[in-house]
Design a protein around this ligand. Structure first.
Ligand code: FES
Length: 242
């Protein structure tokens, strides 16, 4: 279960920088004037992209811009694990431990993160390079388990591949393409197919619909004739015993 704890040290104030403010106004303009609260998630996301996390001051500022009570903004920010409630490391790892990921080995992924980074959930390495966080379903269950690095998802990870990912980040290397680290094609089965096993290149012979219709009509007529036929005579009673 991920803990959503706001940082103890909070900045006094928050303001969008010019380029972010312009984007914020463009987002708000997409909604009718009485529905500007719908922009709360994209604005919180902008605040996070500017500062690296979402402070209480940022939530209040977003609330003022959208004419929302700041508690309502806080409810949104604290619900979604995509929003960081405290300053994070330069590489922020989000490890999903919900049901699908847990069934598929997220305990090993957590173990690899803790061993390689020497920190636990909600902590930042002393050099500020890494932080890690436990999250609820990341929405990629079909390729579980999943670890997110920033905006990118790495899927089908295990102890070894998580360790390699962290080492590559530590060396500042370009990471492999995000998605399945085992090379699974999209969300195709991890092993052999268990359904839709027909060869899609084989053409299914065309059905003779006219013949099928004629057979159906004949069966229907036969059934009707049988129903209309007089019932068979009752069996003759057996001769009484002399
Ligand atoms: S349970 Fe982990 S992505 Fe859904």
């Amino acid at each position: 279960m991920s803990a959503r704890v706001m940082a103890e040290n909070q900045p006094e104030s928050f303001k969008f920088r010019a380029e972010f403010l312009e984007r914020a106004h463009r987002i708000i303009a997409k909604y009718p004037s009485s529905r500007q609260a719908s922009a709360v998630i994209p604005l919180l996301d902008l605040a996070q992209r500017q500062e690296g996390w979402v402070s209480r001051a940022a939530m209040e500022h977003v609330g003022e811009m959208l004419d929302m009570a700041s508690i309502r903004v806080m409810e949104v920010a604290t619900f979604y694990t995509m929003f960081k409630l405290a300053p994070a490391g330069r590489n922020h790892l989000q490890v999903c431990t919900s049901l699908s990921c847990w069934l598929r080995g997220s305990n090993d992924v957590v173990k690899a993160c803790k061993e390689k980074l020497g920190i636990g959930f909600g902590e930042v390495t002393p050099d500020g390079a890494f932080s890690m966080e436990e999250v609820e379903c990341a929405g990629a269950c079909v390729n579980a388990p999943v670890v997110a690095v920033g905006d990118d998802y790495y899927e089908d990870v295990d102890y070894a591949s998580t360790g390699k990912l962290i080492e590559a980040l530590r060396r500042g290397e370009k990471l492999p393409n995000h998605g399945s680290v085992t090379g699974r094609d999209g969300s195709a089965p991890a092993g052999d197919k268990t359904s839709l096993t027909d060869d899609p290149t084989i053409k299914i012979p065309k059905q003779d619909l006219a013949a099928a219709k004629a057979a159906f009509e004949k069966a229907k007529a036969d059934a009707a004739a049988k129903a209309a036929a007089p019932p068979p005579p009752p069996p003759k009673p057996a001769n009484p015993a002399p």
